[in-house]
Design a protein around this ligand. Structure first.
Ligand code: SF4
Length: 356
């Protein structure tokens, strides 16, 4: 547990707004905002007023998010998601909990399903989430993220059944506009690729990145593919503010498909009301609820695990407050790499399978 060295200084809503506004001096260059993020336990300790435990995993929190964490305090969904905990040092869980390495192919690809492949152009993220299912891979499995487009092209030409490329990582929107545009052009040159999808946490963590040059890159790309989707990762309504909603509105204006992905996490969002509130926020922002992931059994993140029975019970309660089109699919990834399964069992909340 983090050891308190003094009371957390609570910040009034107005003060927070002023602080957030002043953090917007970075608005014209999101890279400055990125570079100014907290990355040492010492500095975060000084800022939050609580000792931050050392763990085996690095720390990275943008200032605008740290301000919200400070305002909402130690018991908040934001603190639990992003501030290191001694529980990460527990030696249980899997290093590769969804079997990425089993399906890793040359050229930064993971080919798990017949018609689509993940493309991993970076291991850098706008924040380091303590529950991350790739937290043991991001800094150790360099091969997953090593650029070799010759190999990528060769593999895709040999596997013309792949018609969708899913940019993952890391966060693909952390790439420079030029780099991102060059990757998109590369996939546009391969005739079998009809669909692009980006999995990103950037819009709710570093909304200044959703700037005009990036919007231009995405707009220009849309003519080359049948669909372009952006799957936005958000776990709790407390992550949101007006700047984020403005960034989402700009993405919506491009006419792309905006989807959501959420991870069910203990002490973060494991009540039906947390999920309902988040889905309502997503729908209001014209983001289609897509995936609710059951937590993965990741080493360093097992303290976020929710029993499957509990997840099923929460999921069964959503329908009372949400129409079917606002309910995400509740899914679980199998650790052997065979992909996703529906996690909801309407006949029984009891889990009968064996995943590990
Ligand atoms: S943004 Fe995604 S990949 Fe990056 S640390 Fe968070 S969960 Fe992991």
């Amino acid at each position: 547990m983090a050891v308190p060295i003094g009371p957390v200084t609570t910040i009034s809503k107005n003060k927070l707004k002023t602080m957030l506004d002043s953090s917007l001096e970075f608005e014209n260059d999101w890279r400055d905002e990125f570079k100014n993020s907290f990355r040492s336990t010492h500095k975060l300790h000084q800022f939050l007023g609580f000792e931050i435990p050392k763990t085996d995993y690095p720390l990275f929190i943008p200032v605008r998010l740290a301000l919200k964490i400070k305002e909402l305090g130690q018991q908040s969904s934001l603190w639990k998601q992003f501030v290191p905990s001694t529980l990460e040092n527990e030696d249980k869980g899997l290093v590769d909990p969804i079997g990425d390495l089993v399906h890793s192919k040359p050229g930064q690809l993971i080919h798990r399903y017949q018609n689509r492949a993940l493309f991993m152009p970076t291991n850098i993220c706008p924040v380091l989430c303590r529950y991350c299912f790739r937290k043991n891979e991001l800094f150790n499995e360099k091969e997953l993220f090593e650029a070799n487009l010759v190999e990528t092209q060769k593999y895709l030409l040999e596997h013309s059944e792949i018609n969708e490329i899913i940019f993952s990582g890391g966060d693909p929107f952390i790439l420079s506009d030029e780099k991102l545009a060059s990757y998109i052009d590369f996939f546009a040159s391969i005739k079998s690729i009809k669909h692009l999808r980006f999995h990103t946490r950037i819009p709710v963590i570093l909304p200044s990145r959703i700037n005009q040059p990036l919007l231009e890159v995405l707009k220009k790309s849309s003519g080359h593919f049948e669909t372009i989707s952006i799957a936005i990762h958000s776990n709790h309504v407390d992550e949101w503010d007006q700047e984020i909603e403005t960034a989402i509105m700009k993405l919506n204006r491009l006419g792309l498909q905006l989807l959501s992905q959420t991870v069910l996490l203990k002490d973060v969002n494991n009540t039906a009301q947390d999920i309902v509130n988040l889905m309502n926020k997503l729908v209001k922002n014209k983001i289609r609820p897509y995936y609710l992931h059951h937590p993965d059994s990741v080493k360093g993140g097992m303290h976020f695990m929710v029993p499957l029975e509990e997840g099923r019970k929460i999921y069964s309660e959503l329908r009372d407050q949400l129409p079917g089109w606002a309910i995400p699919q509740y899914i679980i990834d199998r650790p052997d790499g065979r992909g996703k399964l529906p996690a909801f069992n309407p006949e029984s909340f009891n889990f009968s399978g064996q995943f590990i």
